[in-house]
Write a protein that binds this ligand. Structure first.
Ligand SMILES: Cc1ncc(COP(=O)(O)O)c(C=O)c1O
Length: 387
C-alpha cells in the first residue's frame, strides 16, 4: 500500500444520511447522488451501504457509472442524470437504469431500444429546464415533449425533475423563481392527465434551505459526504466522510535562504526543517495549494511550502518539534483537536469542496472503515431479503 491513503468512514456516511433524513422528514425519499465515483469516495461501496440504510435510489451522470453500480449488486433505482446517452440507449435498458430525459430525440431512441429489448413498459424521468440553462425541456416545450412521449406506448413518464442553479447563493429569489416555474409545470402536466410517481428537484442546498423544494424526493450528494455547499446552508451536524493522510518520506535541514521546489517560489527566511510528502497534484492535491495550504502533523498545523509537484509536496515542520520520517500527515481530516475540512482545502485552492473531493485521484487507495454490522453481510443475502 502507498503511504498516501484516503479513508472513507462508512459509519459517518450513514450518520449523515440519518442527519439529512431528520431534516427533510421520513416522508421525503433520498436519491443519493453517487456520480463521479461518489464524489471520490468510491461509488460501489457508498451505494451498497446507502442501499442498506434506506435511500430511495441513486443518481449518476453516465451510463457506465450506472452499469458499475449494477455490477456491484445495487438493486435500487439508478437515475442517469447526465443526458449524454450517445449510442448507449440499449445499455440503459439492459442495465435497468432510469434515464432523466430532456431531448425529444432521446425519447425516440429509448422507445426504439425498448422495442428491441421487448420491453412493454420503460420508465423515464423528464427533466425540465427552469433556469439552470443546461439540460432539460424548456417549460414552453413541455407539452409537446409529453405528447411525444405519449406517442410511444412503451414509454412511461415515472418522474418529473428540475435542477436549481443558485440554491446555495445568498439571494433566494432565483431559486424561488425556478421553483414557481416548476410548480406551474407540474400543474400543467396534471391538467392533461399526467401522473408521474415522483417529483424531485432539490440538491443538497435546496433540500436544507427550501422545504417547498423537497417534493417526493431530494437529490443530494455533497451533504451525504459531510460537506456543505456554502455558508448559506444550515449545518444540522454533517461530518466529513473522507480523510486524506500520508507519511513523511524525507526530511531536510534547510538554512535560511534555501529555495524549495519547482521555480523556487518559496525561499526559507530562517533555518528550517522541511518534510517531503509522497502526495501531489496527480493524487488530487491541487497545484493551486502551493504556498497556500496547511497540513496537520502531530496535531499541529504546518504550511505547504513551494510548488506542489505531480507526486510530492513539501511542508515546513520547523515549528512542530520532533517531526520525523514516517510521521503521519493529515491533508484532509482530523488530527487531535484540529481538522482540515473539504471547505478549508477548497478555499485555499480557490475552488469548491465538490472539486476537491471528486478530484482525489484513482491512484490513492481508498480504505473503508466504520462499516455497519448489517453491511458486513454478503450483498447477495441482503438482496434476497429485500421484497
Ligand atoms: C442534476 C443534479 N442533481 C443533484 C446533484 C447533487 O448536488 P449536491 O451535491 O449539491 O447535493 C447534482 C450535482 O451536481 C446534479 O448535477
Amino acid at each position: 500500500m502507498r503511504p498516501t491513503e484516503a479513508r472513507v468512514d462508512l459509519r459517518r456516511l450513514s450518520d449523515n444520511f440519518r442527519c439529512l433524513r431528520s431534516v427533510v422528514g421520513p416522508e421525503v425519499g433520498v436519491i443519493a447522488v453517487v456520480k463521479a465515483d461518489a464524489y471520490g469516495h468510491g461509488a460501489p461501496r457508498v451505494a451498497r451501504l446507502l442501499e442498506g440504510v434506506g435511500v430511495w435510489g441513486f443518481g449518476v451522470a453516465t451510463v457506465e457509472e450506472g452499469a458499475e453500480l449494477r455490477a456491484a449488486g445495487v438493486r435500487l433505482p439508478i437515475l442517469v442524470m447526465g443526458a449524454a446517452f450517445g449510442d448507449r440507449h440499449d445499455a440503459v435498458i439492459e442495465h435497468d437504469l432510469t434515464p432523466v430525459v430532456g431531448d425529444p430525440g432521446d425519447v425516440d431512441r429509448f422507445a426504439e431500444a425498448a422495442s428491441r429489448a421487448d420491453r412493454v413498459r420503460f420508465g423515464i424521468h423528464v427533466k425540465i429546464d427552469t433556469g439552470m440553462t443546461r439540460l432539460g425541456v424548456m417549460a414552453r416545450e413541455l407539452d409537446a415533449f409529453l405528447r411525444r412521449c405519449a406517442r410511444y406506448p412503451s414509454i412511461r413518464v415515472d418522474g418529473l425533475a428540475t435542477h436549481f442553479a443558485c440554491a446555495e447563493e445568498p439571494d433566494a429569489s432565483s431559486t424561488e423563481q425556478q421553483l414557481a416555474l416548476f410548480v406551474e409545470c407540474l400543474h400543467a402536466v396534471r391538467a392533461v392527465g399526467g401522473d408521474p410517481q415522483v417529483i424531485h428537484a432539490a440538491n443538497s442546498a435546496a433540500a436544507l434551505r427550501f422545504p417547498d423544494a423537497r417534493f417526493d424526493l431530494v437529490r443530494t450528494g455533497l451533504v451525504l459526504y459531510g460537506a456543505l455547499p456554502s455558508s448559506e446552508v444550515p449545518d444540522p451536524g454533517f461530518k466529513p466522510v473522507m480523510s486524506l493522510r500520508t507519511r513523511i518520506n524525507a526530511m531536510r535541514d534547510a538554512p535560511a535562504g534555501t529555495r524549495i521546489s519547482y521555480s523556487a517560489t518559496y525561499v526559507t527566511s530562517r533555518p528550517s526543517r522541511i518534510a517531503t510528502l509522497p502526495v501531489g497534484y496527480a493524487d488530487g492535491y491541487p497545484r493551486a495549494l502551493s504556498n497556500r495550504a496547511e497540513v496537520l502533523v502531530r496535531g499541529r498545523r504546518a504550511p505547504v511550502v513551494g510548488r506542489v509537484c505531480m507526486d510530492l509536496c513539501m511542508v515546513d515542520v520547523t515549528d512542530v518539534p520532533g517531526t520525523a520520517v514516517g510521521d503521519t500527515v493529515t491533508l484532509l481530516g482530523e488530527d487531535g483537536d484540529d481538522s482540515i475540512t473539504p471547505d478549508e482545502l477548497a478555499g485555499w485552492a480557490q475552488t469548491i469542496s465538490y472539486e476537491v473531493l471528486a478530484g482525489i485521484g484513482k491512484r490513492v487507495p481508498r480504505v473503508y472503515v466504520g462499516e455497519e454490522p448489517a453491511f458486513s453481510e454478503e450483498p447477495e443475502t441482503r438482496r434476497e431479503e429485500r421484497p
